[in-house]
Design a binder for this molecule. Structure first.
Ligand SMILES: *Cc1c(COP(=O)(O)O)cnc(C)c1O
Length: 243
């Protein structure tokens, strides 16, 4: 490694350490305010574009879950991560499922039956079962992944019967260009769906994770009931897509 590069990493390591402290502090405050215990809410580091050296430093600092959102990038990095829990959080095409089996512990972005069926088929073939979250297009945005709220329950019921899959909860990315109040109302709706589906006690569905909240709104998400937040920029700094 050149000296310049190693200095750059030193700086990023220090920033990461400080950012992580701050995020943990703010998460804990929000969790306590929401009437839960700190260990009931988990932090997943969204690591797209982040070099493996920096991610591994984060893992040394105690990051327990990382999430990638592109299959190719995950494949490129996978063998270099320190041993940790890797999840998939991005848009997933059916023909790329095969690359995730045996690598990730959970796919957070399942929003249609065909994709679920392929995950189930390949997991079964590998003698395993895949944990998934159902992604909800809570803001009803065009061109955005996720099942529409009114189709959520039916999709859950259809996917639940697949043998190689276990539904563990819900995930959402609310619209970016709305007010804090609107974002909170989307989070609250998600929490309502989460509780409703949980109360139905559907076979093979355990509503363990409500994954919502990113760098700008993870405290609000926690206050509304999230127990898994996905944070990128606030941890690692702005993303550099050109490298
Ligand atoms: C990038 C990403 C995040 C994190 O976004 P930040 O605003 O950088 O915290 C969370 N969830 C998904 C699905 C992402 O792709």
């Amino acid at each position: 490694m050149t000296e310049k590069l190693s200095n750059e990493y030193e700086k990023r390591f220090q920033d990461l350490e400080e950012n992580l402290k701050e995020i943990r502090f703010r998460m804990e405050e929000a969790v306590l305010r929401s009437g839960r215990r700190p260990e009931e809410v988990e932090l997943l580091a969204a690591t797209k574009t982040v070099p493996v050296e920096v991610i591994n430093h984060g893992i040394e600092l105690g990051l327990k879950h990382i999430g990638e959102n592109k299959v190719q990038e995950l494949m490129d990095k996978f063998d270099s991560y320190k041993k940790t829990d890797v999840q998939f959080i991005g848009h997933l095409q059916t023909n790329k499922v095969k690359y995730l089996i045996g690598r990730v512990s959970m796919i957070q972005s399942v929003d249609n039956e065909k994709l679920a069926a392929e995950i189930s088929r390949l997991s079964q073939k590998a003698g395993s079962s895949m944990d998934i979250l159902i992604e909800v297009n809570i803001g009803r945005e065009k061109n955005k992944s996720g099942v529409l709220p009114e189709a959520l329950l039916e999709l859950v019921e259809k996917i639940a019967i697949l043998p190689g899959i276990h539904i563990r909860g819900l995930m959402a990315i609310p619209p970016f260009d709305v007010s804090k109040e609107e974002t909170r109302s989307f989070f609250s709706k998600m929490a309502q769906y989460f509780v409703d589906i949980k109360s139905k006690r559907i076979d093979n569905v355990t509503m363990d994770y409500l994954s919502m909240g990113m760098s700008g709104d993870y405290e609000d998400a926690i206050l509304c009931g999230a127990n898994l937040v996905r944070v990128g920029t606030a941890l690692f700094g702005p993303r550099n897509y050109t490298k």
